[in-house]
Structures are given as structure tokens and as C-alpha cells.
Ligand binder design. Structure first.
Ligand code: NAD
Length: 387
């Protein structure tokens, strides 16, 4: 029997557009999903650019206005890979049109928007996800299994660092990621949102936060992103940076654990240094994106004299998702995290369930992002709502 088709309409075709297109295209190579993804249409405002992107990445058609995509009755799923200020408007319109939605992170510009988005998908009864792709790294999935099995014992500490360095040159232009009206917040929503998602996934909900944030370079020449994390200056004009360059916060988890978080785009030498360490009463794990297939594990059950962190290559069939790819030791990369997430999304659509992370996770993440920002302004601890 032919599989049910899920006809995808994707908006945005640069960095995340490329990652998502690749994921839909490669998905059937590795996973036997319950439904068949169809790369139906892609949206971009520049006709020549979007047509070229559609041809190169394998989309069947294109549109130059996202509203037209929502109106089309041959689209079942809307994939939002555009700048943050459009997430809410597009996601709500998609839900109201009865279409499933996957949205890039951060879910929204603020809590109010995230709340409206959550309400819209719940009201429409569509399947929804937010693209926190790091949850889909096999080593992180395996760390979650270890924690849930009690192997690490009671969790005392979650410590994360997310360090990049691509805007350190003062001549790096004022792109959308540095303009509050387009991105909502800077490093905070871009990088810290991922760390918050991993903390909630691995350790649980938080009860209170206290934070600090700052902008080191306050004026920059105007310019545009040109793909990936590259950008071009567009003229002589200078503008004000109104978002954070760096942010740090502490939290208390509901289970009593301490959280310590740092995210910056001024971590010289770190291109995508996303890492964390978790310490429990019986063991610890460490993970670092720049060596993403490995999980460092310490367990106190090891013989005295033989104790120490061991490196596990999370590429064995027993490790989550790893068996779908290559024989053990034949590593996977960044792009596979997106294949894993769209695999969950397709199965979610087949079963009419929203896999995590979904808009509820995106909303709760936004509550924490906003609380940290408010705490930095008021220089005080903020109690989080109980979820
Ligand atoms: N999951 C991750 O790790 C990850 C990584 C990078 C970016 N992101 C998120 O993905 C989203 C997009 O970021 P990016 O890095 O791909 O940005 P980008 O600058 O590379 O691409 C943005 C795209 O949006 C398009 N766009 C903007 N306004 C539009 C409109 N009105 N209609 C149609 N297209 C429009 C642009 O033309 C471009 O194709 C952001 O929300 C960002 O936070 C997530």
C-alpha cells in the first residue's frame, strides 16, 4: 500500500533552509518512516534566488510570498526557517489553515508571542515541533537514557557553555541577528535557547534564575547575512546594536540541581563550542559539539584505581539513531541531527502526536529566556511559573 504523503512547504532557503532541505531529501535513505515526505514548495522573496534554490535542493515548486504557500491546498506541513520576527505570524496562519508546523528556534520573539503560537496550534489540533536539533545527537540521547536509568544517581549540577566567535570583528556588520526588532534577543535567543532546551530535556524544569548580559560592541556598519554565519557590509552607514553579545545565568532546577549557563559570540577560537557537563551522585557525563559523536562518562562503579572519564563513541547500533546510519565508528555530523528531527516529525504526523520538543517546549523555553533578561535588568533572582 502506498504511504500517506506529507507535502512540505518550507519558508527560507539559506542556512536552515539548506539544513532542512537536506534532511527531508536524505530521510528515506536512512529511516523507513510511516509517511512519505514530499518536497512540494519552497518560499523566498527573490524569484531568481528561490528558483535556483528549488532546483538545487530538489523542491518541486516555489513561491515568492509565504502567504501564498499557506493558501495552497497541496501543502500539509509548513516549515519555518526564516528570521525570528516572522515565526509567530507564519505559525499562527499555518495552524489556522489546518497545516502542521515545524518552526526554527527560538520559537518566538517573546513569551506573549510564544503563548499565542501555542494556543493556535492547540486550537487547530495540528502537529507541531520546534527545531532544537541538538536533542537529536545520538550521544545526547544516550546521556538522557543514562540519566533516566539512574546510572548517574541524583543530579546535582548542569553546567553548559555555548561559545562562538563570528561577530568579534567590530567591522562585522549589523545583520538581522544583531537587531532586536528582527531577532528578539542576540546570543541569548540564538545560542542560550539551545542550552536551555538541553537542560530541560536532560535535567528537568527550573524554578528560579538570575542572569547578566551585555553588548561589547555597540555600533557596527549595516549589512546582511550572506549564508551560514557569513555576512557582507552594505554601505557606509553605521547602526546601534540593541541585543546582547554575551549572557550568563544561574538557575535552580525543581529537583534541587544547580544550573550554570554561559553563552557568547565573543569566545575567541570557538566556532560552535556547544558543550555541557552533568554531575550526579554516582557519575558524570560530558559532551562537546565539536566532537559530537563522543560522550565522556564517569561511573563510580568502576574499580578503584581504574576510575576516570571514558570516551564512548556513540555510533553503535545500541545508541539512539546511530543504527540508522553507518557501521560502528563511522561517524555522523551536524546535518544528521536534522534528519533525526524530521524523522520524529514524520512519525508524529502519522500518529497525530506532537513529538518533543514542540511548541509547549518552545513556550517554556521562552519563559526562561524572558526571565533571564528581566533578571539581568533588575539584577535580582526571578521565580519561574510552575509547569
Ligand atoms: N537549529 C539551529 O541550530 C539553528 C541554526 C541557525 C539558525 N537557526 C534559526 O533558523 C532561523 C533562520 O536562520 P538562518 O540562519 O537560516 O538565517 P539566514 O539569514 O541564513 O536565512 C534566513 C532566510 O529567511 C528568508 N526570509 C526573511 N524574510 C522573509 C520573508 N518575509 N519571506 C520569505 N523569506 C524570508 C531570507 O531570505 C533567508 O532565506 C532563525 O530563526 C534562526 O534562529 C537555527
Amino acid at each position: 500500500m502506498a504511504k500517506q504523503q506529507v507535502r512540505i512547504g518550507m519558508i527560507g532557503y539559506k542556512f536552515m533552509g539548506k539544513a532542512h532541505s537536506h534532511a527531508y531529501r536524505d530521510l528515506p535513505f536512512y529511516f523507513n518512516t510511516q509517511v512519505e515526505p514530499v518536497m512540494q514548495a519552497i518560499v523566498g522573496r527573490d524569484e531568481a534566488g528561490v528558483k535556483a534554490a528549488a532546483d538545487r535542493m530538489g523542491w518541486h515548486s516555489y513561491e515568492t510570498d509565504w502567504r501564498r504557500l499557506i493558501e495552497r491546498d497541496d501543502i500539509d506541513l509548513i516549515d519555518i526557517g526564516v528570521t525570528n520576527h516572522l515565526h509567530a505570524e507564519i505559525a499562527i496562519a499555518a495552524a489556522e489553515a489546518g497545516k502542521h508546523v515545524i518552526c526554527e528556534k527560538p520559537l518566538a520573539m517573546n513569551v506573549e508571542e510564544a503563548g499565542r503560537m501555542l494556543e493556535a496550534v492547540n486550537k487547530a489540533g495540528v502537529v507541531h515541533m520546534v527545531c532544537h536539533n541538538y536533542r537529536f545527537v545520538p550521544a545526547i540521547r544516550f546521556a538522557k537514557q543514562l540519566i533516566d536509568s539512574g546510572k548517574l544517581g541524583k543530579i546535582y549540577h548542569f553546567r553548559s557553555r555555548y561559545l562562538q566567535d563570528w561577530i568579534m570583528d567590530p567591522q562585522f556588520p549589523l545583520v538581522w541577528r544583531l537587531r532586536k526588532e528582527v531577532c528578539g534577543s542576540g546570543t541569548h535567543g540564538d545560542l542560550m535557547a539551545h542550552s536551555i532546551d538541553l537542560a530541560r530535556y536532560l535535567v528537568g524544569e527550573m524554578s528560579e534564575v538570575v542572569g547578566m548580559m551585555d553588548t561589547f560592541i555597540k555600533r557596527r556598519p549595516l549589512g546582511e547575512m550572506s549564508g551560514g554565519l557569513h555576512a557582507e557590509v552594505s554601505g557606509e552607514q553605521i547602526g546601534e546594536v540593541d541585543v546582547d553579545d554575551a549572557v550568563a545565568f544561574m538557575s535552580r532546577f525543581k529537583n534541587g540541581a544547580f544550573g550554570v549557563f554561559e553563552a557568547t559570540r565573543f569566545g575567541k577560537g570557538n566556532r560552535n563550542g556547544n558543550s555541557f557537563e552533568i554531575n550526579g551522585s554516582k557519575g558524570s557525563v560530558r559532551w562537546n559539539m565539536e566532537n559530537m559523536n563522543q560522550l565522556q562518562l564517569y561511573v563510580e562503579d568502576d574499580e578503584k584505581g581504574e576510575q576516570g572519564f571514558r570516551n564512548i563513541s556513540c555510533t553503535e547500533d545500541i545508541h539512539p539513531y546511530a543504527g540508522a546510519y553507518w557501521p560502528a565508528g563511522h561517524i555522523i555530523g551536524y546535518e544528521h541531527t536534522f534528519i533525526n528531527i524530521v524523522h520524529e516529525l514524520m512519525n508524529g504526523i502519522a500518529e497525530n502526536k506532537s513529538p518533543s520538543p514542540n511548541f509547549t517546549d518552545g513556550y517554556r523555553n521562552q519563559v526562561i529566556l524572558d526571565a533571564v533578561e528581566n533578571s539581568a535588568k533588575s539584577k535580582s533572582w526571578i521565580t519561574l511559573p510552575k509547569f
